[in-house]
Ligand binder design. Structure first.
Ligand SMILES: O=C[C@H](O)COP(=O)(O)O
Length: 287
């Protein structure tokens, strides 16, 4: 089900109007020209999985048919990461769900970016709202993590998003802008091609309440306009902005068709092979 429609935020419209946006088709051609998939699907398995369950999930994914134009990255727990990397076929890639903020050393329980790189793990999710809220990761720490992971050759899925309280109290844009600013402060212009931004409204994560197409498009357009204004217009044109929050095989096609939605970060539905494969095919139907 979709959440109730909100009014479009005037500031977003004004900002978006000021920045000449490339059309979706043009943007996607530019993304493909630089060698990336034009649409991006992430599967965040969170703290789930037994050996048997992960083995079956990998089997289901390997049996699925996915378009070559879509970049697909699944993110198992650290203990399952190497097993999944070794058994999952191309084009599926893998991501870690987090990493340490600097070079490894005396940091009990942590896994460093250089270790992930050494294991051939190409991607890492950083700043997920569960880490922000449960592990008290603030904007600055997330920015620093992005900087270090990128410096070690990892590609980053950087997560942003507001809570329901922040949205309803009118602080949503300040929250999102601060999250983006912290990431931008720690990222060189050249490194933005190694990063995707995942917009995940906290109130939509794991709740079954997905953002309406209007809500998702509104924030995605805002993020692109913010990056165009505060980072670089070319970076904004080819930045892949993912939506996350209760995406499933029923609502994915509507969301995939939105102008500024360049993919998804999927939680619960990524644990079901056939559903996830359907989501991987959601954009293809519109091309
Ligand atoms: O990283 C994924 C998001 O937290 C979304 O999770 P969900 O699809 O279970 O709502």
């Amino acid at each position: 089900m979709f959440a109730s429609t909100s009014l479009l935020h005037q500031r977003v419209q004004l900002q978006a109007a000021r920045v000449p946006a490339a059309s979706r088709a043009h943007r996607r051609m530019a993304i493909v020209a630089r060698g990336s998939g034009r649409f991006f699907i992430g599967g965040n398995w969170k703290c789930n999985g037994t050996i048997d369950m992960v083995t079956q999930l990998v089997k289901d994914l390997n049996a699925g048919s996915v378009p070559s134009t879509v970049e697909i990255v699944v993110s198992p727990t650290f203990v399952h990461l190497d097993m999944v990397k070794r058994t999952l076929r191309a084009p599926f890639q893998v991501a870690a769900q987090d990493c340490w903020v600097s070079k490894g050393g005396a940091f009990t329980g942590e896994v460093s970016a250089e270790m992930l790189h050494d294991f051939g793990i190409p991607w890492v999710i950083l700043g997920h709202s569960e880490r922000r809220s449960l592990c008290r990761e603030d904007d600055e720490l997330v920015g620093m993590k992005c900087e270090y992971a990128l410096s070690q050759g990892l590609k980053v899925i950087a997560c942003i998003g507001e809570t329901l309280e922040q949205r309803e109290s009118g602080h949503m844009w300040d929250v999102i802008d601060a999250q983006l600013q912290a990431i931008a402060n720690h990222t060189t212009i050249g490194n933005w091609t190694n990063m995707v931004i995942a917009y995940e409204p906290v109130w939509a994560i794991g709740t079954g309440v997905v953002a309406t197409p209007e809500q998702a498009q509104e924030v995605h357009a805002h993020v692109r306009a913010w990056v165009a204004k505060n980072v670089n217009p070319e970076v904004a044109d080819t930045l892949r902005i993912l939506y996350g929050g209760s995406v499933n095989d029923q609502n994915c096609e509507t969301l995939a068709n939105l102008e500024d939605v360049d993919g998804f970060l999927v939680g619960g539905a990524s644990l079901k092979g056939p559903s996830f494969i359907k989501i991987c095919n959601s954009e293809h139907k519109h091309s």
